[in-house]
Design a protein around this ligand. Sequence first.
Ligand SMILES: Nc1ncnc2c1ncn2[C@@H]1O[C@H](COP(=O)(O)OP(=O)(O)O)[C@@H](O)[C@H]1O
Ligand SMILES: [Mg+2]
Length: 390
Amino acid sequence: MGVIYGGRSVEHEVSLVSARAIMQALDPGRYEVVPIGITRQGRWVIGASHCALPPDPSVHGLVRLRDGGPARALPAVRGGPALIRGGLTPKPGGRTARGAAGGALPGRLDVIFPVVHGTGGEDGSLQGLLELAGLPYVGAGVLGSAIGMDKALMKVAFSQAGLPIVDHRVIRRCDLAKGGDRFIQSVEAAFGYPCFVKPANGGSSVGVSKAKDRGGLIAAIDLAARYDRKLIVERAIDAREIECSVLGNDEPEASVPGEIVPANEFYDYRSKYIDPESRLLVPAPVTADQSRRIRDLAARAFRCLDLCGMARVDFFLDRASEALFVNEVNTIPGFTPISMYPKLWEASGLSFPALVDRLIRLAIERHAEKKRLITSYRPGRNGRRSLTKG
Ligand SMILES: Nc1ncnc2c1ncn2[C@@H]1O[C@H](COP(=O)(O)OP(=O)(O)O)[C@@H](O)[C@H]1O
Ligand SMILES: [Mg+2]
């Protein structure tokens, strides 16, 4: 099996730590792991040895995957499409296939575990590549990944499904020059300050700010616009941050909820990965009724986006009103040993290695199901012999 990690997103470093933990959890008696690293520059380094990964499995001391690849790495291939042509596609009969750059690659990859967070990995593009290559892969498909990445479209889907979401406004970067003032007025009229500004497609809180007045809002919009061509501004909720892990395909199960207590004013990049003062409470100290509602909403959010395999669903629990809001889903959640996704499953009775195992099985099941679908149509041949109605 292949584990794809790294990537060109702002979450490159986090991905390396997650990938290492997953590779270590795989039983070497059952899985032959092929590490597939994507460097910051987008080069694919096949067979990169574990020395490319940070030695410390904690989230501290994040490192980048070197573009040249580690000494023992097999030749890099230029990009994903080359993999389809030359390397990763299962080849009947052959143990080894030639890589696009001429290096020997393990010939049969039965399943891929993509551990690339953020754009290029979690947004459906990598999933599309794997679909074209005909390989089973862990986690959401193209559509679910893409919608799960886009905070604006995700909210459209959630509100359509009747899931509670935070009041917000969306603007495209290209409309800022002409319509920026009107946009700011509409934000002020709708919910005012403080508010949160985010790139619509992002993660790890990169480009996210809390704006407390108009000056802050303008600066926050400028910052977010550097990361995406679409921005979202939300009412700030004085909330507890609750997360719930979901696992499954057609019948998703939700874990016990957990709670994040950020070290800073909000759960920004520093509090996520650098500041050891942030705390995870597992399980979250919520009432039985709240826990039930969280788990129910998490499974509904998962089904609403047509997800499969895994997702972490994040909530805000309003401190005053106790109202729950679905904030977002993460279709490739952090997988470091101290990450919430595996921790919540551990607290729900599923160990890290058992979780990884189950995810691989779910990927294979979904792929087999898809392969059973009819992909061609000839009138009169499918099902009934002849069509009687026009
Ligand atoms: N509407 C909001 N109200 C209160 N806090 C928020 C809001 N939106 C975001 N935050 C804070 O910012 C953090 C990052 O925002 P989030 O939408 O989760 O983006 P990311 O995908 O980068 O994790 C959240 O974990 C939370 O601490
Ligand atoms: Mg988040």
